[in-house]
Ligand binder design. Structure first.
Ligand SMILES: NC(=O)c1ccc[n+]([C@@H]2O[C@H](COP(=O)([O-])OP(=O)(O)OC[C@H]3O[C@@H](n4cnc5c(N)ncnc54)[C@H](OP(=O)(O)O)[C@@H]3O)[C@@H](O)[C@H]2O)c1
Length: 225
């Protein structure tokens, strides 16, 4: 049976592109989540149209509330970092018991005068390590997709030809997430060690954005070889 990926905050900049690309990969169905089911349904309709246009019949996309998305096999939390704690509390921690949960969150601050971004990690050292504390112990939290820029997700005529660092403390869950990453365009999943490595991985995105902005580049990304 096709596994389902639920995206909490799936109506955002990243979420909608993520939904399209995962469905087009042909291996996972997607459920888009939102605080408002109607908003998620509109976003999902857009994905379904795109799938039809591209004659992709292998997978489906639907929309519902963030709460109901939690019935999915794999969850992606695609929210601004400061919204995660409140959202987990609203949904209820029990919904995350034993789940594989992916974080792609990179807290950062912008220096508008000098045009650069810096990591803005919480006291735990990274967003992932802070989110680890917000979730039940049985949740298998994995970091992935952190360094792929939002605009690239939506440019569906272009391949996503990047490396994706995958970090986590549960090897089986990490393997499942690497399969998901590998199903998307030309993304190359790489085992980047335990969740503690997100202290490094989350910090790469501000560098990527700063280089893109200061050099007028659209295609900046990470490729390890
Ligand atoms: N942008 C990038 O290039 C990029 C790249 C890699 C990783 N990331 C990470 O991806 C994450 C999502 O980024 P994004 O740009 O997609 O975020 P976003 O568009 O600003 O927000 C995502 C969703 O969060 C929900 N949301 C907004 N305010 C909320 C609140 N007060 N309470 C609960 N939910 C709220 C909204 O969904 P509803 O209104 O439908 O509920 C919104 O669609 C971020 O943590 C970012 O660090 C971003």
């Amino acid at each position: 049976m096709t596994k389902t990926v639920g995206i909490i905050g799936g109506t955002g900049n990243i979420g909608e592109g993520l939904a399209r690309r995962i469905c087009l990969g042909g291996k996972f169905d997607v459920i888009i989540g939102s605080r408002e089911a109607s908003k998620a349904c509109v976003a999902a309709d857009g994905v379904v149209c795109e799938l039809k246009d591209r004659k992709c019949t292998a997978t489906t996309c639907s929309g519902t509330t963030n709460e109901d998305v939690c019935s999915s096999d794999i969850l992606i939390i695609s929210l601004p970092f400061e919204r995660v704690q409140g959202t987990i509390e609203t949904i209820g921690k029990a919904a995350f018991e034993n789940k594989i949960v992916i974080t792609l969150i990179n807290p950062m601050i912008r220096n508008p005068k000098e045009k650069y971004f810096l990591p803005d990690a919480p006291a735990e050292g990274s967003a992932a390590l802070a989110i680890r504390k917000m979730l039940p112990e049985s949740t298998r939290l994995i970091a992935a997709f952190n360094n792929v820029a939002a605009n690239k997700w939506m440019m569906l005529d272009e391949e996503l030809d990047y490396s994706v660092a995958v970090c986590g403390d549960d090897e089986e869950a990490k393997k499942t997430v690497m399969e998901l990453v590998g199903s998307v365009s030309k993304l190359k999943p790489l085992d980047a060690g335990p969740l503690a490595m997100t202290k490094v991985v989350e910090g790469i995105t501000p560098l990527v954005i700063t280089i893109a902005m200061r050099n007028g580049l659209k295609d900046v990304g990470v490729y390890f070889k």
